[in-house]
Design a protein around this ligand. Structure first.
Ligand code: C2E
Ligand code: CA
Ligand code: CA
Length: 756
């Protein structure tokens, strides 16, 4: 409020002009006074011409004065009350206002309140009267206390400063979008974030949309639209392509509101989170990587564990797993009062398949067997492969259950069915030993041993069958096991020796050959024949060893006989399938320097050439090279076809003693043997009859034109040292020679005549 310096020409405050205006003016003043007194405007009126200064009560109370207090009206004194910073301005502003400068019609300044504080005053004033020279003589105006507004403004600007600082520091850009007008106001930071240097602050709505990364655009615009539609807030992260082409990641939040004009608006903040997102992505990648590695490790660990506990071939649990399971299942059975049944399964004839068809066939059979077992049991039962062709099933059953026997039957039935493998029908079977126990003392390891014993008996009783364990089994088995140990010791101690059984020309009864037969000179049980040890030796896989040492001994004995002046006929040795498949057989035989034509190998008829693998074929070739003849042993018991026999090109067929035994009683048998001899003759193969036990046998075979005879009737197997004296004594001819020689001559003569 300006309290103007007294005007030189306005010394009289109550001039004539006022009087002249009269009651009209007073009335007008009165009207305004009513209006103004009621408002918070402090009215002042400086009339220089009349030298009268008027200040309304509000003008006074605004400054802390009493409404009726006298105002000194002294300009200089008043100026002291103005804030020192505003004084110069005020002096100038009042001059300008008095001069009627419209820019100074309104101005603000601070003045000291009576209580000592500063108040802000907004002063509005205008000159209303001038003298004849144009000098202002009366200035009227209002003062308003705007302290509160000023403070609010101050607070607001403080807040906005603070916000600005915060936004500056956090590099947050702010916008306000007017949906109706499709315009957006961007602040400088937002413009910088979007790399739109030089853009106006008010931008068309689609500028933002165009900045969005093409891959994100649809999604983000959709969200923004639905935010506007639903009037809800928007929160997103998306990529933009800045004005300068750089890709950045933006995080945006905005709030929806409707402004005073009814315009839908979005106000929001954007900030560049590229680095943060990069870091977050990297962390995530690292985390993913770590997790993936963990998974890999976990999987590796699992697969190692699986490998450690499973059989690679069949996928069944292995021996180690079985051991674990034995403890678990026995504890379970003890706790639940169940019985634990263990089936120990051994495939019959599996070795032959392996030997004759090769390991791939063997593997296929094992997989097949594993599948059969798995399909035969309940899900809760446990099947393991514990060795070459051995399997074990664990079943927890009711103590009284009969189910185990039917399970065993089922398994045997299934495993007997022929399996097709590369054009061959492979036949094998299974023997099963079963042991069951229950009660608090149940011991799974013992049950397994018992099942093993029962299995041994099942095999002994003819295979393809199952046997339950019985206590008496244990003794037998213990002795069998003992025998196995003793075989190994016996081999070391050279307890296996050849016996020799002479073979004779069927016509002249001259010695025509000799077969070596293995014997075991057992330190306790005495001389044992192959039926006592060959199966166990087979299980131990030492038959080839026995064959080899018998051959060596036979060669040595032969040399001794020759030295002794004996004309030594051909010696035959029995050769097991395993030995015939031995890839090193050739090397071993070469080392023995066998004289060609002196040795023949007896091969069982069951070694069918159809099934021969490469090693066997190669060995057969080598035998011929070394001048070793081949004899087919036990002919008539197997199913060898004539064709496969021809391919073996054997020198000799040995008719099994089962076919010889009934010759005197059975005409049919005689016919059969006769035709075998005929076949031999037509193929230029010698025929030997085995098991020639009686004079009748000799006679009939001679009649059937058999080439050679072997049997107790002529000579029993004997040790090497007895051979020379036996031959020299010639006792086999006694009792038959004279009569038989005559008979034979007669018969031949008759036959000769009939032929003519
Ligand atoms: P094999 O090759 O058929 O041998 C003939 C068997 O018949 C011998 O039994 C012999 O003692 C017996 N024998 C001889 N004449 C008669 C007779 O008139 N009547 C009766 N009932 N039997 C007679 P052995 O020595 O007990 O041999 C049994 C089988 O053991 C042999 O049958 C042969 O397959 C096998 N074998 C014997 N020695 C060896 C060997 O060194 N290696 C191999 N791999 N197997 C052998
Ligand atoms: Ca033989
Ligand atoms: Ca034989």
């Amino acid at each position: 409020m300006p309290v103007k310096k007294a005007h030189p020409e306005a010394d009289d405050p109550h001039g004539d002009a006022a009087a002249a205006d009269g009651s009209d003016l007073a009335e007008r003043e009165g009207r305004w006074n009513y209006a103004l007194v009621g408002s918070d405007l402090g009215v002042w009126d400086h009339n220089y011409r009349l030298d009268r200064k008027y200040y309304s009560p509000t003008w006074k109370t605004m400054r802390g004065m009493a409404p009726d207090e006298e105002v000194a009206g002294d300009y200089d004194a008043w100026l002291q009350l103005v804030h020192p910073d505003d004084r110069d301005f005020i002096a100038h502003a009042i001059d300008r206002q008095n001069a009627g400068d419209p820019d100074y019609q309104i101005f603000e300044y601070r003045e000291r309140h009576q209580d000592g504080r500063w108040i802000w005053i907004e002063c509005r004033g205008a000159c209303v009267e001038w003298d004849e020279n144009g000098v202002p003589t009366r200035i009227v105006g209002t003062d308003t206390d705007i302290t509160a507004r000023k403070e609010a403004e101050e607070t607001l600007s403080r807040l906005s400063r603070r916000l600005d600082l915060a936004l500056e520091i956090s590099r947050i850009g702010v916008f306000e979008a007017d949906i109706e007008e499709d315009m957006v106001e961007w602040d400088d930071r937002l413009i910088a974030i979007y790399g739109l240097k030089g853009a106006a602050r008010r931008i068309a709505g689609d500028v933002w949309a165009k900045s969005l990364h093409p891959d994100d655009r649809e999604r983000v615009l959709g969200l923004a639209d639905s935010s506007v539609e639903s009037g809800s807030d928007f929160q997103q992260e998306y990529r933009i392509i800045r004005g300068d082409g750089i890709e950045r990641v933006i995080r945006a939040r905005s709030a929806f509101f409707i402004d005073g004009n009814g315009h839908r608006k979005l106000i929001g903040a954007n900030w560049d989170v590229t680095e943060e997102v990069k870091l977050r992505d990297e962390l995530q990648r690292a985390k993913d990587l770590a997790e993936a590695r963990n998974l890999e490790l976990e999987a590796a660990k699992e697969s190692i564990e699986h490998l450690a506990l499973h059989d690679y071939l069949t996928g069944l649990p292995n021996r180690r797993y079985l051991d674990k399971m034995l403890d678990e299942r026995s504890a379970e059975c003890r706790a639940k009062g169940l019985a634990l049944a263990i089936l120990h399964i051994d495939l019959d004839r599996f070795k032959q398949i392996n030997d004759t068809l090769g390991h791939r066939a063997g593997d296929a059979m094992l997989k097949h067997a594993a599948g059969v077992l798995k399909n035969s049991v309940r899900a809760a039962d446990f099947v393991a492969r514990i060795g070459g062709d051995e399997f074990v099933i664990l079943c927890a059953v009711d103590a009284a259950s009969k189910k185990i026997a039917s399970l065993a039957e089922r398994v045997i039935r299934e495993l007997r069915k022929p399996v097709r493998y590369e054009g061959h029908d492979c036949r094998f079977g299974a023997s099963i030993g079963i042991a069951v126990d229950s009660g608090p003392k149940l011991d799974a390891k013992q049950i397994l041993l018992d099942a093993d014993i029962a299995l041994y008996r099942a095999k002994g009783l003819g295979r393809n069958r199952f046997e339950f364990f019985s206590a008496s089994d244990r003794r037998d088995v213990v002795s069998a096991k003992q025998l196995a140990d003793e075989i190994l010791i016996g081999l070391e101690r050279n307890e296996f020796v050849p016996f020799y059984q002479l073979q004779f020309d069927a016509r002249t009864l001259d010695v025509a050959g000799v077969e070596t037969l293995a014997r075991w000179q057992h330190p306790v049980h005495g001389l044992l024949t192959p039926d006592r040890f060959l199966d166990i030796a087979e299980d131990l896989d030492v038959v080839s060893t026995i064959d080899a040492l018998i051959l060596e001994r036979a060669l040595a004995d032969r040399r001794a006989w020759i030295k002794d002046g004996l004309s030594v006929p051909k010696i035959s040795v029995n050769v097991s399938a395993r030995r015939l498949a031995d890839p090193d057989l050739g090397k071993k035989l070469r080392a023995l320097k066998i004289q060609p034509g002196s040795i023949s190998f007896e091969l069982l008829e069951s070694i069918s050439l159809d099934d021969c693998d490469e090693a066997v074929t190669a060995n057969l070739k080598k035998l011929r090279k070394f001048g070793i003849d081949i004899q087919i042993d036990d002919f008539g018991t197997g199913h060898a076809s004539i064709v496969s026999l021809l391919r073996l090109s054997p020198k000799t067929l040995k008719i099994d003693r089962e076919l010889i035994r009934m010759l005197p009683q059975s005409a049919e048998q005689r016919k059969l043997v006769g035709s075998i001899i005929d076949i031999g003759r037509s193929l230029d193969i010698l025929v030997i009859a085995e098991g020639v036990e009686t004079v009748d046998h000799i006679r009939i075979l001679e009649e059937l034109d058999c080439d050679m005879l072997q049997g107790y009737a002529l000579a029993r197997p004997m040790p090497a040292m007895q051979i020379p004296s036996f031959i020299r004594a010639g006792s086999w001819r006694h009792g038959q020679t004279a009569a038989r020689a005559l008979q034979t001559q007669l018969r031949r003569a008759l036959r000769g005549r009939a032929g003519k």
